[in-house]
Design a protein around this ligand. Sequence first.
Ligand code: ZN
Length: 481
Amino acid sequence: MECQIFHCGTRYMNSEIDQRVVNEIFSASQAWENMQVLTDDIGSRLAGSCGEVAARDFIAETLDLYGVDEVNVEPFPHLGWECKGEELRVVDPVHRDILCCCAGLSPAADRLEAELIFLKKCDLEEVEARREELRGKIVVAPYHPVPRQVKMPIAAAAGAVALLEARSVAGGLQPARTCAFNRIGDIPTASISREDSDYLQRLAKRKGSVRLRLSLESVIEWQTSWNVVGLIRGREIEQEYVALGGHYDSWHVGSGAVDNGTGVVAVLEAARGLAQHKEHLRRGVRFIFFGVEELGLVGSWAYVHQHVNELDHAVLMINNDVGGRPIRLISAGFEGVRPLLSGVAQRARVDGIESPLDVEVGNPGWASDHFPFWAHGVPTAAIGCDQVDPNAGRYVHTPADTADKVYVAGLTECAAINAQLVCAFANAPLRPAPRKRREEMELLLDKFAWRQTLDTLSAWPPEALLARYFNGVPGRSVDSA
Ligand SMILES: [Zn+2]
């Protein structure tokens, strides 16, 4: 779909604009340099850390340098967490230390001793069937298929005293991940490596029972974080905008290169290209760098909360979380955006892929920053990526998520596709897909089978979550230790 726009007496086709932007991005990409600043110079960007503040300032200064019309740093309150210590030891029938990584927002454990029990999933069904055995035990359960934030309350409700999540891939690492979304977890939670989980299973099989001792120390308190927002004003339809975002926080254990340096860098690079041709954008663009995604999508919930009256004017929200080599464009159930996605898929330039990218209107999962927008009926899209280096995806949330895992060409390719999506939606003659009503979102929720998970997380309806997240008094100190 192409439209014609007129500016300063010069006539441009929509696709001419997007080609100029794409050429700018490919010819002068700063993506790899920005990636190294974010991960090698700044490093870990856990909410509440110096790295988070440094990343916030770097992003704001870079947006300014690239010439967007306006840059805002928007504060919001969140429950922050800092790990002060973690110790796990087999105390019976042998003595052996095991490395563990305290889960985000886990309550403290003070030399908590208990027998362990292995679960296959730790879902409602399995826990119900084994409820009697669980009481007073430390549950060990695999990473897949039940999310940690869902396993934790299920195990706690059955009387388990702690949860250890076992990594599913080998490599001796213990990934960081939150056990609860913007609240303190119900029971102490940590991760262990796949190797240590296998070891504990062998030990239990030979010896009958195994007792563990767990100590976790964390400081949990209300803090302030920030979304960084760059704006390009629409030259014709001033109220409407395309939102392009990704989270800039990471875990304390690593520099978060793939998750989500890739997303930050792709959005920055798209902003650089688009800002140079901003006079040709009919609708506005909002480049949103979210804080505190890892502890409960708090930044993106804060954004929709603070801008709820402007959500009607959002024509599309594009989320960038974990980049790589682009292979498809996905929308979470909004058929109306398919024609424009297909147009961009035709024109995308991806190294090693000749044919157009796939376009899919389906289920992209709920666990990233598109979700708060989606929950408010805003059309969303994302670029689906392959990991060229097989190590890249498996090392997210560990110390091994470093810049060497990043597929460098994909940074620029993703940036260009983001920019093309922005051009297509910002310049479409008519709004491609209306905002959906709550009843329509309820139907999609069931179609995607998200309801049970979101109920366990108290994340639906969105008003209930927003009340829990933002009606508390910021600055209150909740120390779990
Ligand atoms: Zn992420």
